[in-house]
Design a protein around this ligand. Structure first.
Ligand SMILES: [Zn+2]
Length: 393
């Protein structure tokens, strides 16, 4: 069957989709009138100039057909017939968006390049294409480049029913490289969905921002974008994403502050218990001092026992103070076993530094004073906590 979507009527191109509104309802008076015109052979094929028959039944979308004996070329493929509802909806969208322009269906631009709908007028050259199914990737790239080479703005609508999963197809990805916002037409519902990939702040994840519009609420502009509130809504959506991200950061900062506070409190508590224990120990040692019989050799032992280098025996707690030819026997530090080793090592390093300092001081009085100061400090600091770092003696 040789069919057309438009015909010449009184010298002007007239589209059969004019008989319906955007929702596919016939204007009955118009249909009656045009059917009568058809029976008077008022519709002419733009290609072969033969008269056409206007078919406007209740099931199929309205179209024109040639008389049976026609030899005219096939103008509309079966795919285009299948997409007739989508083409009718897009026809109405374009007619409402560009009332001053000519809209042609199935416009052939060049060999292998046809626009489903073609809008031309003052400074407007637009090809609108509907894809019931995805086409081959490179074929699409070639068509897009060809439209561009002709100075034609190409606008693509995908079949919404083909995209039911949240993940994008390779074809959508390819299109998104050329168009920030993709268009999906649901011809059953006369709804166009706009979708844009947005990056979720602070992550590498992409989210698809989507908004549906009844087709009659949209106006297409000549650069191929829609005049609608999509951008505002998208910014609002992006702001919500951004805000939830900021809220998450604030929450984490809050948690970190709480952890720091808890740690500081814990440190204070440890200090408090340590001081309490020290007081207790002092009381015990005072008692022991009052009673010389209970006094143990260990408690009695001074923090540093100074011996001559030649005569002294070496133990693990002996520090060689070579600069003054002495051996210093040190008292073991108190505290948890896990700290003592590091603390005693720090004390060793502190004494090593002192030894070095003493070796360059010639004034005996100053040297004796330094030694005394160091011994005082060593006597005060018998707790491993005191030797968390090296101390200047
Ligand atoms: Zn024809």
């Amino acid at each position: 069957m040789v069919i057309n979507e438009s015909a010449l009527y009184k010298g002007q191109l007239w589209c059969a989709y004019e008989l319906k509104d955007a929702h596919g309802r016939y204007n009955e008076e118009y249909r009656l009138f045009m059917r009568k015109e058809s029976q008077k052979n008022m519709f002419i094929c733009p290609d072969c100039k033969e008269p056409l028959i206007l078919c406007a039944g209740p099931i199929m979308e309205p179209f024109f057909k040639h008389y049976d004996n026609s030899e005219c070329i096939v103008r509309v493929s079966t795919a285009q017939r299948r997409n007739a509802a989508a083409r009718r909806e897009l026809y109405h969208l374009l007619r409402d968006s560009f009332p001053e322009c000519t809209i042609e269906l199935n416009k052939r631009i060049e060999e292998n390049l046809t626009a489903d709908l073609y809008v031309s007028g003052d400074t407007i050259y637009m090809a609108v294409c509907y894809l019931g199914y995805e086409m081959k990737l490179e074929e699409w790239e070639q068509k897009h480049a060809a439209f561009e080479a002709h100075g034609i703005t190409d606008v693509w609508f995908l079949n919404d029913k083909q995209y039911t999963t949240p993940n994008i197809t390779t074809f959508e990805y390819l299109l998104s490289k050329y168009y920030p916002i993709l268009y999906y037409l649901n011809s059953d519902q006369a709804v166009i969905t706009l979708k844009e990939l947005v990056t979720v702040p602070g992550t590498s994840k992409t989210a698809r921002f989507t908004k549906r519009y009844p087709i009659e609420e949209l106006i297409l502009e000549k650069n191929g974008s829609f005049l609608c509130d999509f951008d505002e809504c998208r910014f609002a959506q992006a702001k919500i994403l951004e805000e939830s991200y900021q809220a998450k950061i604030r929450e984490e900062e809050q948690k970190a502050a709480e952890r720091r506070e808890a740690y500081a409190l814990l440190k204070e508590r440890i200090q408090y218990h340590k001081e309490k224990n020290e007081k207790k120990n002092n009381m015990i040692s005072d008692k022991q001092a009052a009673n010389p019989l209970t006094q143990s050799a260990h408690l009695d032992k001074p923090a540093v026992v100074r011996k001559n280098m030649d005569g002294g025996e070496l133990s693990q707690k002996t520090m060689k103070m070579t600069s003054i030819q002495e051996l210093w026997d040190l008292k073991p530090l108190n505290g948890p076993g896990s700290l003592i080793k590091a603390a005693e090592y720090n004390r060793y390093l502190s004494l090593k530094a002192l030894n070095k300092k003493l070796s360059v001081i010639e004034d005996t009085q100053i040297r004796e004073q330094m030694i005394q100061n160091a011994i005082d400090l060593l006597s005060e600091r018998l707790d491993a906590y005191h030797w968390k770092t090296v101390i200047a003696l």
